[in-house]
Design a binder for this molecule. Structure first.
Ligand code: GLC
Length: 481
């Protein structure tokens, strides 16, 4: 592959070892791709796992694990695989009464039949919500990159969008713009007290609705319809309310926390709007003080009556930058926070999924004594190499959108990304491209981690592509480009 290196990139020595690692990763990646009805459609979750025979679902095509896969394929110009993936998912969108419109968490072809999991087969019979929300985002990224307007305006795509919107845009008991979900509804698919309105789902909802608007607009060019026009108006209003809700109730900085600590409680009545969720000041955790320092900010994990979740979730925060939910200054406050808490969030293996982990009675009560989610492990503060590219792209996209903003901070962010990339480059091949890493510094391969995990491999390849091959390609992720 022909490469052009800038001065800055030359300083971090593109070594022959780097090229060899990348080449091996590309070879592993090719092996993850599978066919359905004879056509390549996407990747299995992992190539190898300890008990291959009875834990077969790592051999399935997970929608969420295929997000980086599809982005990578788009960058490689392998558009037909992305289109096949989108089409198979659409074919599998549920049409039964109770789940109509839901996309499956995963699917597999066995003996010529497509078998999908909507939760009825999963461990714990959990519901996945993120898969359904990712589909329109991926579909729009594909259309935007390829200009396949015919696909965008096609009847199956437009029908899929409407079925999905039916799941969101309807009256609810709470009447808020958030989507209310049970525990385990996204990447964190084991009990972790993430029920209600977890950040990742709500930010993804924001990205999904924005993408649905773009797809509906594409259909409007071909055919005007009053129904479509009404749907667009409603969806835009919803987006506006959702963003306002998240920025009001989830965004915290040192300044906002000081206001929260001194708010009145027990407020009754529509016009009393300082503390709508009746949060007692005592629930604000003391670790926030150092975590936020003076100029950091982030979106907290959840808001529920009386019980906000102040944990930091990497993916939800990174996506809030990518989808433009956070303003540019807020994004920079988030970057400062990550820089300041680098030893926790990046440590030896970037990057930690959520912080801080739960332990003791809290771990027992909220995870149901789940040994896989032991403190510092798996979803409970474990390190997932597959998360780095999301955060990395958020930084790189910010740099492209706001070229001259805070050069000092952005320089530090880029240097940090380079170092994170190098720690992955040095460790992942030795650690067999493990799914996750354990312990306070994330040094150890996860105790129950699968090896040759697809999103670990492809996440690394994406970082390589965006840092070395073509930084301009970060634009592929800009849903408003
Ligand atoms: C685990 C993870 C989930 C992932 C799946 C396949 O269940 O928690 O996020 O999609 O494995 O890799």
């Amino acid at each position: 592959m022909a490469k052009q290196f800038t001065q800055e990139q030359l300083r971090v020595r593109p070594s022959s070892r780097e090229d060899a690692v990348v080449q091996r990763a590309q070879e592993h990646f090719e092996r993850t791709l599978v066919r359905v009805r004879g056509e390549l459609v996407g990747s299995v979750a992992a190539l190898e796992h300890p008990s291959k025979s009875n834990e077969a679902n790592y051999g399935e095509v997970f929608l969420r694990d295929n997000v980086p896969v599809m982005v990578y394929l788009l960058l490689q110009g392998r558009h037909e695989i992305v289109r096949n993936f989108l089409t198979v998912c659409l074919d599998l969108q549920s049409s039964t009464y109770q789940t109509r419109g839901v996309f499956p968490t995963s699917f597999i072809e066995t003996d010529g039949d497509l078998i999908a999991d909507y939760g009825q087969r999963s461990i714990g019979r959990i519901t996945s919500v993120d898969a359904s929300l990712w589909w329109p985002v991926l579909c729009w990224l594909y259309v935007q990159r390829t200009h396949d307007w015919e696909f965008a305006a096609s009847q199956p795509v437009q029908r899929g969008v409407q079925l999905l919107l039916d799941l969101v845009l309807h009256p609810t008991f709470e009447g808020t713009p958030v989507l209310f979900v049970p525990d385990c509804a996204f990447m964190i698919d084991r009990p972790m007290d993430v029920w209600g309105a977890p950040l990742e789902v709500e930010v993804l909802l924001y990205g999904a609705l924005r993408s649905c608007c773009r797809l509906m607009k594409a259909a409007q060019h071909v055919q005007q319809s009053r129904l479509l026009e009404q749907r667009l108006v409603l969806t835009r209003q919803w987006l506006h309310d959702l963003r306002a809700f998240l920025l009001k109730h989830y965004w915290v900085t040192s300044k906002t926390v000081q206001v929260l600590r001194r708010r009145p409680t027990e407020q009754y009545g529509e016009h009393q709007q300082e503390n709508e969720f009746n949060v007692q000041p005592q629930v604000i955790p003391p670790w926030l003080q150092d975590w936020l320092e003076n100029r950091g900010g982030y979106l907290i994990g959840n808001m529920r009556t009386g019980r906000p979740d102040f944990r930091f979730y990497s993916l939800g925060n990174a996506m809030a930058c990518l989808f433009g939910l956070l303003t540019a200054p807020q994004q920079r406050a988030l970057f400062r926070l990550v820089l300041h808490n680098r030893e926790h969030l990046m440590a030896q293996m970037p990057m930690r999924i959520c912080h801080p982990p739960m332990d003791g009675d809290e771990w027992r009560d909220k995870t149901g004594s789940d040994p896989k989610n032991w403190p510092w492990s798996y979803h409970n503060g474990g390190h997932w190499p597959s998360l780095l590219w999301f955060f990395g792209s958020a930084v790189l996209l910010h740099e492209q959108r706001h070229k001259h903003a805070d050069a000092l901070l952005m320089g530090q962010m880029k240097a940090m990304l380079e170092e994170c990339y190098w720690s992955q480059l040095n460790q992942l091949p030795r650690q067999q491209w493990a799914e996750y890493f354990d312990g306070p510094t994330g040094t150890w391969m996860g105790q129950q981690a699968r090896t040759y995990q697809t999103w670990t491999i492809v996440g690394f390849l994406l970082m390589h592509h965006l840092l070395r091959v073509n930084p301009g390609d970060t634009r592929v992720l800009d849903i408003e480009a």
